[in-house]
Design a protein around this ligand. Sequence first.
Ligand code: ADP
Ligand code: ZN
Ligand code: ZN
Length: 745
Amino acid sequence: MKYATVIINIKGLGVKTFSYNIPAEMENVIQAGQAVLVPFGRRGLVNAFVVGFTDYVPEGIRVKKINKILDETPLFSIKYLKLLEWAANYYCTDFVTVLNSAIPLKLIEKNSKTEMSVEITPMGEQILSFGKTPKECGITKRQLEILGQLKVFGKISLLDFEEQSKTTRATMKKLEESGLVKFNLEYIYRNPLTIFKDIPVEPLYELSDVQEEVYQGIKKKLRSPNPILLHGVTASGKTEVYFKLIKDVIDSGKNVLFLAPEIALASQLTKRLAKKFGIKDVAIWHSSISDGEKYDVWQRLYKNEIKILAGARSAVFAPLQNIGLIIIDEEHEGAYKQASPAPRYDARVIAKRLAQFHQAPLLLGSATPDVSSYYYALNNNNLFQMLKRYNNAPLAKPEVVNMQEYGKASYRGIISKPLQTEITDAVEGGKQVILLMNRRGYSTYTQCKSCGNVIECPDCSIPMVWHSDGKKLKCHYCNKEMSMPDYCPSCGSDALSNSGSGTQKIETLVKELFPKYRVERIDSDILTKKNAHIELLNRFQKGEIDILVGTQMIAKGLDNPNVTLVGVISADTGFSVPDFRASERGFQLLTQVAGRAGRGEYKGKVLFQTYNPDYYAFQTAKTQDYEKFFDTEIKARQEFDYPPFSQIIRIILSSVNNFRAEKSAMEIAMRLNTMTEKFGFTEYLETLGPTPCIIAKINGHYRFQILIKNKLSQKGHDFVSKFLNKVTLPKDIRLAVDVDPLDIL
Ligand code: ADP
Ligand code: ZN
Ligand code: ZN
């Protein structure tokens, strides 16, 4: 083929490809997936990727020459590009946006790291073994000594050796010229896992009867084209079942992709994998490994040198070859979805497609599955359950404290008598307590008692939150801070007061009530200090903290057998959010946090304080009855045509000018409606809005949304995707498209 087709890495160019001449000297080396340098108009030389070859270019086009192949190892295959194309269509965005997110583009600038090593040659060995004098060999005494040292080291990095034996490059060069030592240029892979290299590899556990049954059942389903769901309560032993399946898959010569929702969990998981499978076959991928490490892992994946890749969301785009199984643990977690910027992809959706590409199964696991995942698994007969803990430790049964009854007599209206009694019992017995308050800050809003005005962020339409630590009002959306005004900005009265409660207030109250005990707080405000929360969690784990107050950050992962009490201060928070997924999120949070109690030999207690004790999500979280929760929830979803009964595509138009944002939202909605009718898609597509978003302003931008409910029609979806790709807008209007949004606030 005469020409190479390349895509150019400049944002905004869309899926456009360009053709370039292949210079004769490149003919035998050029391959699809390679990064190249090409001349591009006035921009001069730019980076590009080869995506294919052709004999034909349209007439009248002056074709330029590829300047240089940046790296001979291709960075991806044609099949891989197809996956990205699919994702671009699914998320109603352009190919280059997906490419930019999937492939760390810094990869192109990075190169393999090489290092010079040195070893002794047979001739050098001979000299040593015959015990010759330096004079006889024509080298100095010092040089002979160095040769002796090198023999002890074996093959070693040249730099390291020079340092160890306090010699110079000149001396080493002389020895090389005499043929006594040999230099080799070697590729060095940077592998973040080398820190685990001294961990001895352990055999897999023998499975319990319940695990064995599930394992066998899943094995039979491995050819299923639909996702398989393992619904297993926390500590039921899901991970050990995954390990058995992984072993089978890698023994059959295929590879495994294993996703965890957060970097910290992915790292924990990788350590566990390295322990069972050795570090040579395992690699980790997430947004925080260095560019050099990414480059090396990418190359090793491409060369099929990695059998198990563990990682967070972005690992779904790593080019793992020959996939035999994809596992997504804690599949209900919102962190699998990239909220912003575009592409607003969900790793679970991409993984499902990837699995189809490789004809490999996709296994989802969770203690509180996503309602849609559960619905599909149930309908496809692909659901497996482990509803008891591995060690049979009983799950704590939460009790509801009705605050309508106990609220008045509670400490400052917040900590009820029953909760106080339980805390006292726990800490006096030497046990530890977790208190969940899923709102940070001290109060929730500041209001004028005279005119009712609530102080809002000047740039976002939400109340500012008082933070007692920095003595500032903070906006939780744009992080703007200001000091508390002396007078109401609206009426000038000085009757401003803080209402509602956040973690800081709970921390203060608990310290007042339990002055003799050690109380600490964990929420994202402490994240400004690096590793601060890991340090606190470690101290809690070691028993150096008696009562830990925190947001949802404490609901996950904590496995402390000494925790006997979990108290949820305001179980209503979250459920009252005006969003169709609010009950699901609330249920998941309560169930997960309840799972932190009584994990060891001591019986656990869980208390939910609420003003709405009859709400079904409490009733079911109380009995930890997922199925009952699901039955109620799925009916509501069906009634209002929410997922899984429809697909939601959310379009947000925003601008610093309120009027212009609304106007362009109306224009787009109108055009969309006209086109939907014209092409006969009204049966599949329902357009709602535009309406101002519930959070009507963020960061000074007014926001309007259009919701499209697609009745699960592929044609309908493709139509919307094409429509949105063609929308052009004035410069001051921003468009954000979110397919399957996590919320619609
Ligand atoms: P999950 O992934 O469901 O939260 P894990 O797989 O982490 O549960 O299991 C919880 C604990 O029980 C872990 O410490 C794990 O090593 C242990 N465990 C699970 N299954 C077995 C088994 N078959 N034999 C021995 N220990 C097990
Ligand atoms: Zn006022
Ligand atoms: Zn703000």
